[in-house]
Design a protein around this ligand. Structure first.
Ligand code: SF4
Length: 434
């Protein structure tokens, strides 16, 4: 396919595809999905080999958020049956982090619900970062605390934080339909603050909230302009008790196309499969490792993932390897730029570079598309493209589709059976899943 050959060539050169090319990836058919994966997989291997970075979420403060992000199970008015608790103590957070690190994670993501931290919260998280770093040499710590005020990013950096996550989540054009209590521009501002303070910027999206293909391409291009080092891709987990509980439209093939598009647009960036991996990719998860070079180990913020050992087995069986603590995640050109305090990445290939940040203005807390909230792996559920929900085949007539065998499921069917609210790890007396 000419499209895929062109995109591979561009990806190997770190060259930005056109919007039309990105849209064309999303428009490919299920018949072509293996060709799409193979093509994007070449770009992934060029910049990240067969390494898979494992990240581990610690939900420092769960639920009771005053914001109204529709996808989030921790939102104002959420009826989702999630754990609710206030700030973990530093030693409690460190204990949870240690479980993830022992399971093979190299980055710990400290997430707290809420609009943004107070200065006292920043002090509290700073003590937690110190406790984790004191007890785990070489660990990377990413904070995800919502919208940052002036000076807070610098204080987190001084406390030892390596990265800051704040997701744009969706396009600027649709942001107001998802959240009304803060704006896309607020989110962009926080990503820029983190970047300016020397924190490795992590910012991603949630697919499956009813957005169009154009919205998805808009947000991925906006992310690329912000020049993050890592891009978490969440697939909405439509959680009962949230406004998006009915948004079950994603299919495994659709998720693969979204990941491939992100890889082509951000070829040398850490692309992480975040919330919704198990729920939406299901048995096709191993194929997604050919596109993303990073996943979360174990559980999400408010929902449970598959067993940590299952994550490790999947990586090994698919022929990939867990990235070691001593290995550098980013390709040399990006890692060098980051170490020098520069922006990063796409620079020479597309004329982007630091100045590219000026172009995008989106932002927002988090990443936990698993419906989890601010952070990273939302337990929220996977969404589909507006109007793209599968249409049931006619039940009779000469052109009727073959009957679905007993036990088989239709594409895009609700899989509430796969959504389990987290009841272990941080905030409970039970051991974490790692
Ligand atoms: S995503 Fe973050 S800010 Fe939004 S409702 Fe959830 S916890 Fe609150």
């Amino acid at each position: 396919m000419d499209l895929l050959n062109t995109l591979v060539d561009k990806g190997l050169r770190r060259e930005l595809p056109t919007r039309e090319e990105a849209l064309a990836v999303l428009a490919t058919s299920d018949d072509d999905v293996l060709d799409v994966v193979a093509a994007a997989g070449r770009v992934r291997r060029q910049w990240f080999g067969r390494r898979v970075k494992l990240n581990y979420l610690v939900n420092l403060k769960s639920g009771l958020c005053p914001e109204d992000c529709s996808y989030c199970s921790q939102r104002l008015g959420s009826k989702a049956d999630i754990l609710k608790y206030t700030w973990l103590k530093p030693d409690q957070a460190s204990e949870a982090a240690a479980a993830g690190l022992a399971g093979g994670a190299k980055r710990v993501c400290l997430v707290a619900s809420g609009r943004g931290p107070t200065d006292r919260d920043v002090d509290r998280v700073s003590r937690t970062i110190k406790a984790i770093k004191d007890q785990n040499e070489g660990v990377e710590v990413c904070a995800c605390l919502g919208l940052l005020s002036d000076g807070q990013a610098e204080r987190l950096r001084e406390a030892g934080a390596d990265a800051y996550n704040h997701n744009l989540n969706t396009s600027e054009g649709t942001y107001g339909e998802i959240t009304t209590t803060h704006t896309y521009a607020d989110r962009v501002d926080t990503v820029r603050k983190a970047h300016a303070a020397g924190l490795s910027p992590c910012s991603g999206l949630i697919a499956g909230m009813g957005e169009t293909d154009e919205d998805l391409v808009d947000v991925v291009f906006a992310l690329r302009a912000l020049d993050p080092d890592s891009v978490p891709v969440n697939f909405l987990i439509p959680m009962e008790g949230t406004p998006l509980a009915q948004e079950w439209h994603l299919t495994p093939q659709r998720c693969l196309r979204v990941l491939a598009m992100v890889r082509f647009v951000c070829p040398d960036v850490e692309v992480r499969i975040a919330g919704g991996r198990e729920v939406h990719l299901r048995t096709l998860q191993p194929l997604a490792l050919h596109l993303a070079n990073s996943i979360f180990l174990g559980d999400y913020l408010t929902s449970e993932g598959q067993a940590g050992q299952a994550d490790l087995d999947m990586i090994a069986d698919a022929g990939f390897e867990v990235e070691g603590a001593g290995e550098t995640t980013l390709p040399r050109h990006r890692a060098t730029a980051a170490a020098q305090g520069g922006c990063g990445s796409h620079g020479d290939a597309d004329g982007g570079g630091c100045g590219a940040h000026a172009g995008a203005d989106g932002g927002g807390c988090g990443s936990h598309a698993d419906g989890g909230g601010c952070g990273a792996r939302g337990d929220g559920g996977e969404g589909g493209v507006r109007g793209s929900a599968p249409v049931a085949a006619p039940a009779s007539g000469p052109a009727a589709a073959p009957a679905v065998p007993a036990g088989a499921r239709a594409a895009g069917e609700a899989r509430t059976d796969l959504v389990t609210f987290r009841r272990r790890g941080a905030g409970t007396d039970l051991a974490p899943n790692a």
